[in-house]
Design a protein around this ligand. Structure first.
Ligand SMILES: NC(=O)c1ccc[n+]([C@@H]2O[C@H](COP(=O)([O-])OP(=O)(O)OC[C@H]3O[C@@H](n4cnc5c(N)ncnc54)[C@H](O)[C@@H]3O)[C@@H](O)[C@H]2O)c1
Length: 314
């Protein structure tokens, strides 16, 4: 386990820091560690500068898959690295682009961290579990159903090998489930269903969901995800851990919660799912994350949606 000292937090780098989870992380780090230097590295292909309105650190607009890390960090070497940069739109079908940018971006960061003994936390995804039934545990055999999920599976393979070969290096991968919350609107089609459904409902339209609406997802609030990312530095040992709410909830339930929180009453309108790779059920087994990271999600779906709707609509 690494010792969390003030020095560890001196120069924090967050790749993908202009994105949804990255910007929430950056702002929370800034709040918790006001004396730290925080650098965001983001090429803004999906991120939005507006997410960083309250940020007082530095931004480097580079593609991490196409730059030498030693050049990037020559000025101020990181003391800790959070790697969230990734193509995140799961409907992107350019295999070479997805694999090159996601995997090579990660490889460059990982190699740099190993060479310079920088603790690394990186974003994996529950998408690697694919289409299955039952709770998803880190031991499940990966079953990526699209190239995005495949790219994250390769990240995990590369990371696992490094964990085995260099056990003294701190590497933690986090498999996020369906994250929702403030600062995700820039993701457009890739924003959470909670964001999209709430927008429809605020406009007086019925929430459109895939029939029959009983498909279940593990929706996790971004504030819990940020806590898990920061806690990952205190992990006893390197590893890959699930980060979800630990409870699958249906889209029908979600519509009922949104109606309740928004004070309206709009019945769902159902349509057929066009995606062959759609995950009908996700639920995180949190046993390991609880034991290794002390991760305990604080927000039920009801509480998270209520907090989020206040952010979106006041
Ligand atoms: N949001 C979710 O539900 C979810 C679920 C599972 C995993 N994840 C993972 O969490 C991380 C953050 O996702 P997010 O939801 O905040 O998405 P996002 O699209 O909002 O953020 C990703 C950021 O990375 C930047 N980026 C992409 N490729 C880059 C590159 N090569 N170099 C530099 N910057 C680059 C984008 O501009 C963007 O700002 C990603 O790694 C994603 O795969 C997210």
């Amino acid at each position: 386990m690494i010792n969390i000292t003030n020095n560890l937090w001196e120069n924090i780098v967050v790749t993908g820091g202009a994105g949804f989870i990255g910007s929430n992380l950056v702002l929370e780090l800034q709040r918790r560690f006001p004396k730290s230097h925080i650098d965001v590295v983001d090429d803004f292909r999906s991120g939005d500068f507006a997410n960083l309105e309250d940020f007082r650190g530095d931004v480097q607009a580079f593609d991490v898959s196409r730059i030498d890390m030693a050049d990037l960090f020559y000025n101020r070497p990181p003391t800790v690295m959070f790697h969230l940069a990734s193509i995140t739109d799961t409907t992107v079908t350019d295999d070479k682009l997805m694999l090159h940018d996601n995997v090579e971006g990660f490889r460059g960061i990982l190699d740099y961290c190993i060479e310079n003994n920088v603790p690394l936390v990186y974003a994996s995804s529950a998408a690697t579990y694919g289409i299955g039934e039952g709770r998803m545990s880190e031991d499940n055999t990966p079953a990526p159903a699209n190239v995005y999920a495949f790219s994250k599976t390769i990240l995990d393979n590369v990371a696992r090998k490094a964990m085995k070969d260099i056990p003294e290096q701190h590497i933690v991968g986090l498999k996020f489930f369906n994250v929702y919350g403030p600062r995700e609107g820039h993701k457009k089609i890739a924003s959470s269903m909670i964001y999209h459904l709430s927008r429809m409902m605020k406009e007086g339209k019925r929430p459109r969901i895939f029939a029959p609406g009983d498909q279940k997802r593990d929706f996790v609030y971004v504030r819990d995800v940020v806590d898990a990312i920061i806690a990952a530095l205190g992990a006893e040992e390197s590893g890959i851990y699930n980060v979800g709410s630990g409870r699958a909830r249906s889209f029908n339930e979600l519509c009922a919660i949104l109606n309740d929180v928004l004070g309206i009453d709009l019945a769902p309108e159902y349509f057929e799912c066009p995606y062959p790779f759609y995950q009908p059920f996700t639920e995180a087994d949190l046993t390991r994350a609880k034991a290794a990271l002390g991760y305990e999600p604080k927000y039920s779906l009801e509480d998270g949606v209520a907090d989020y709707m206040k952010f979106l609509y006041g």
